[in-house]
Each structure stands twice: as structure tokens, then as C-alpha cells.
Design a protein around this ligand. Structure first.
Ligand SMILES: Nc1nc2c(ncn2[C@@H]2O[C@H](COP(=O)(O)OP(=O)(O)OP(=O)(O)O)[C@@H](O)[C@H]2O)c(=O)[nH]1
Ligand SMILES: [Mg+2]
Length: 450
């Protein structure tokens, strides 16, 4: 396989820039750009130990840094690898890469290092996907789950299912070829059940997995001036939206991703809901209504320092029978809002202040409770990946059909056809049966250098 090289850190100036080189010529190529102190060529460096040296390109000393070599198969990719730790100066890093490419290295495609790790059996496909999930995780919980998957929890469940199905299928083939080799129907049933159980349990986590990955669509709803934008800013921790005492400040909808109570929320703030003759504001109100309609969670905001009026009632009507937190804002001011009826009609009524931050911890704990974003939950046993969830679903489906067939006494032929379907689906998860375009799709999502 060709030797590849790429920048492994973001292409920005910074304290460090890391270049990775992997493949059969990694050591020779590294020596062409990096002169170790003491003059040893890379092929003679002590494996996995840092060496210091100079970057010299076309006779110019451009940088000094450190390097390490890893000898196949003891590297991330499973190939001979050199990593250069240089200063994060983009022109120098570019010069080093260009020199490496001139000397015969190929620029690595996105995810190619991880792809090679997969090809060399260092990672299963689900672990490779976990690497991508880890790199792009937007919350600590999401990272933790991805790290858990990298550790192989989910992958091990897939491998076990694959082995059990492959073994069973082999025996079915034997029974078709040699009818005297009878299989007692009880045994395949118990094997299939043992395959089914963990996969169904995993599948049950897929909804949560999606939540972890994609977040919830959440919309802040309320009449003008109740403090919707102030709340968005309070959750975001910075002045995302313009706040002013003038009703009708926000017109267009704006979105921000925040984590509240361990739950990733894609929050939309928009125009306050009211009847208006202003065409621009009316368009904003209609967008805000659309966002609320499409949201999976609503924050219905009322102003606690004022009495409830028709405008608030219209907002509460939109929130009725929805997943909703009613936030009574401005509790730092003297309160005029009647809470009793509200508390009778809505499950979660929380007094808050966007100004002082009062009550926001209760929003946190309510969401944590509602979406079970507990500390023990995201340990890597949650299926976050849509592709994986789909393949598990197909596996479960085929196994169930095979089970029904066994119980209903259909021919071994028909059962083995279902087992083949199940094996193919679970094989997509372990990477043993996976089509090339699926693999391409997975690694295309990576960044270069990973
Ligand atoms: N005392 C107090 N004032 C608040 C609080 N939250 C918001 N305000 C004030 O209320 C006014 C309106 O706040 P915004 O956040 O712009 O309200 P909004 O609901 O987004 O208003 P529109 O965009 O016009 O619909 C501003 O003057 C804020 O400073 C609060 O918790 N306490
Ligand atoms: Mg606003």
C-alpha cells in the first residue's frame, strides 16, 4: 500500500502542528524532511520513543521539533508510522507536506488512517465509526459514549451475534446437503433467541442515541418581551440574541446549540407570538409558529411580573399536550402571575430569571430527569449511529422471521435464507460483509489526518 501523509491537527496556526506518515516508506520519507539529533535515520530510531531534531527542506532550516516512529503492526494504522510534532506554523507544515509528497508520499484522503486501521484489523467498523463520533462529539456525554464504543462494547455484541449466526448457518447448509444430519428444532431456536436479545436491547437505545448525537429540536415560545431571547442567551452563556425592552425585538428565528442538563438542545428563538399588522413581524411570527410546531420540546415563556393575558393564553394553547416546560420568567421582580391554574394544567412549571440565573438549575435537573441523561447512561452501550441502527433492525427482523419459521415448521431452506439475510446485515456491522460503497461513505465523513 502507498505511503500516505497528512496534517493531523487543524490547518490553523497554533502551538503544535502534527504530521502523520503511514505506510511502507514512512521511515525513509520521514528522514527526508526531519534530521534527528545525532544523525540517526528514522529506520534506526528507538520505536515509540521521542527524538528531537530539525526540519530541513531544500537546505533551509525551517523548524525544530520532535518525532516518533512506530513499527508495524504496533501503530494506529497497523503500518510503519512516523508522527512529527512541529510548531503550528502553516507555511512550514505545508512545506514539509509538499516535500513528503515530492518524495513519493500520497496525500491522505479523509479518514484514510482510520480506514487502514480497519483494513489491518486494528479496529472494527463500529469502532472506526466511534472514532469519527468521538472527534465530532459536541457534548461530553456524546464523547463519553463514543469512547465507550471505541472500547468495543457495541462491537463485541455484533461479533458475538455474527459468530453465532455463522455457526448456525453452517449447520443448516450441512442439513440441506445431508438430510440425515437432522438438527433438532429446539437448538436453533435457543441460539437465535440468544442472538436476538442483546440486539433488541441495543435497538431500544437507538432513540436515545439519536438524541445524544443530533440533539432535541427545542423552541422558545412566548408573547413579545417576556424574555425569550434573554433565556436563549442565558442557556448559551453568551449574548447570542439581541435583547431590548422594546416588544418585537426578535423577528427572524435564530438557532443555537446548547447543552442543558446533559441534553443537547438545538434551540430556536423567534418573534414573540402576537397579532400584528407589520408584514415583517408577521412573517417572523409565522416562522416562530412553524418552529414551535416542528419542535420536539417547547419552552413556553411567561412574564411572572405581569398578569396573564390573552397573548399568554394563546401561547399556552400552542403548548398544550406537547412536551413542554412552562418557564415563568422574571421571578427577580415582584410577581403578579397567578400560578395555580398553570400548575394544574402543565406538568412542569418552573419559575426562572434570565437576568439573575435563578431557577435555571431546576430546568437542568428537569431535563436530565425527563431524558434520562443520567451519568451512568452514556457509557458506550448506546447505539448512536443511524447506519448501525438500520443494520441491527434488519438483523432483528430476519432473525425473528427465521424464529417464526422454525416454530411454524417451514423448510430448512427457507430458514437458511433468513439466516443468510441476518448474517449479511450483522456482517455490515462487524465489517465482514460490508459493501465497498458503505465503507467509502463511512470514511468520507472523517477529516483528513484521522
Ligand atoms: N428583571 C428581569 N428582566 C428580564 C428578564 N428576562 C428578560 N428581561 C428583560 O425583558 C426585556 C425583554 O427581553 P427579551 O429577551 O428581549 O424578550 P423577548 O421575549 O425576546 O422579546 P421579543 O424578541 O421582543 O419577543 C428586556 O428588557 C430584558 O432585559 C428577567 O429574568 N428579569
Ligand atoms: Mg427576542
Amino acid at each position: 500500500m502507498e505511503t500516505i501523509a497528512a496534517l493531523a491537527t487543524p490547518p490553523l496556526s497554533g502551538a503544535l502542528g502534527v504530521i502523520r506518515i503511514s505506510g511502507g516508506r514512512a521511515f525513509t520519507l520521514a528522514s527526508s524532511v526531519f534530521e534527528a539529533r545525532g544523525g540517526l535515520p528514522a529506520a534506526l530510531w528507538k520505536p515509540r520513543a521521542l527524538v528531537t531534531g530539525d526540519v530541513v527542506i531544500d537546505g533551509d532550516l525551517l523548524d525544530e521539533g520532535m518525532a516518533v516512529r512506530m513499527v508495524a503492526p504496533y501503530s494506529y494504522t497497523g503500518e510503519d508510522t512516523v508522527e512529527l510534532y512541529l510548531h503550528g506554523c502553516i507555511p512550514v507544515l505545508r512545506a514539509v507536506l509538499e516535500a513528503l509528497y515530492r518524495a513519493g508520499a500520497l496525500p491522505a484522503a479523509p479518514g484514510e488512517f482510520t480506514r487502514r486501521a480497519f483494513l489491518h484489523g486494528k479496529l472494527s467498523l463500529s469502532q472506526a465509526e466511534a472514532v469519527a463520533d468521538l472527534v465530532t462529539a459536541e457534548t461530553r456525554d456524546a464523547a463519553r459514549n463514543a469512547a465507550g464504543q471505541l472500547n468495543g462494547t457495541v462491537g463485541r455484541a455484533f461479533s458475538k451475534a455474527y459468530d453465532a449466526l455463522a455457526d448456525l448457518l453452517a449447520r443448516f447448509y450441512a442439513a440441506v446437503d445431508y438430510p440425515e444430519e437432522e438438527i433438532s428444532p429446539g437448538e436453533p431456536v435457543s441460539v437465535l433467541q440468544s442472538v436476538l436479545e442483546p440486539l433488541e436491547a441495543l435497538l431500544a437505545t437507538a432513540g436515545k442515541g439519536l438524541l445524544l448525537r443530533e440533539g432535541l429540536r427545542c423552541s422558545i415560545l412566548g408573547k413579545p418581551n417576556v424574555g425569550k431571547s434573554s433565556l436563549l442567551n442565558a442557556f448559551a452563556g453568551h449574548e447570542r440574541a439581541i435583547v431590548s425592552p422594546v416588544p418585537g425585538t426578535t423577528r427572524d428565528t435564530l438557532e443555537e446549540t446548547v447543552t442543558v442538563g446533559g441534553v443537547k438542545l438545538r434551540i430556536t428563538d423567534g418573534a414573540g407570538i402576537r397579532e400584528t399588522y407589520d408584514a415583517v413581524e408577521a412573517a417572523g411570527v409565522s416562522r416562530a409558529r412553524d418552529a414551535a410546531e416542528n419542535a420536539e420540546l417547547l419552552f413556553a415563556v411567561l412574564d411572572g411580573s405581569a398578569e396573564m393575558d390573552e397573548g399568554d393564553r394563546a401561547v399556552l394553547d400552542l403548548a398544550r399536550d406537547r412536551a413542554c416546560l412552562v418557564l415563568i420568567n422574571k421571578v427577580d421582580l415582584p410577581q403578579k402571575l397567578e400560578r395555580e391554574q398553570l400548575e394544574a394544567a402543565f406538568l412542569h412549571v418552573l419559575p426562572v430569571s434570565a437576568k439573575t440565573g435563578q431557577g435555571l438549575d431546576a430546568v437542568d435537573s428537569t431535563l436530565r430527569r425527563l431524558y434520562e441523561a443520567g451519568d451512568t447512561f452514556y457509557d458506550g452501550s448506546v447505539l448512536t449511529n443511524i447506519r448501525q441502527a438500520d443494520a441491527v433492525r434488519r438483523t432483528v427482523d430476519a432473525v425473528k422471521t427465521a424464529l417464526a419459521g422454525l416454530r411454524g415448521g417451514i423448510t430448512p431452506d427457507a430458514v437458511s435464507a433468513e439466516l443468510e439475510r441476518a448474517l449479511a446485515a450483522v456482517g455490515e456491522l462487524t465489517g465482514r460483509h460490508v459493501r465497498e460503497e458503505v465503507i467509502d461513505g463511512i470514511f468520507a465523513k472523517f477529516c483528513v489526518g484521522k
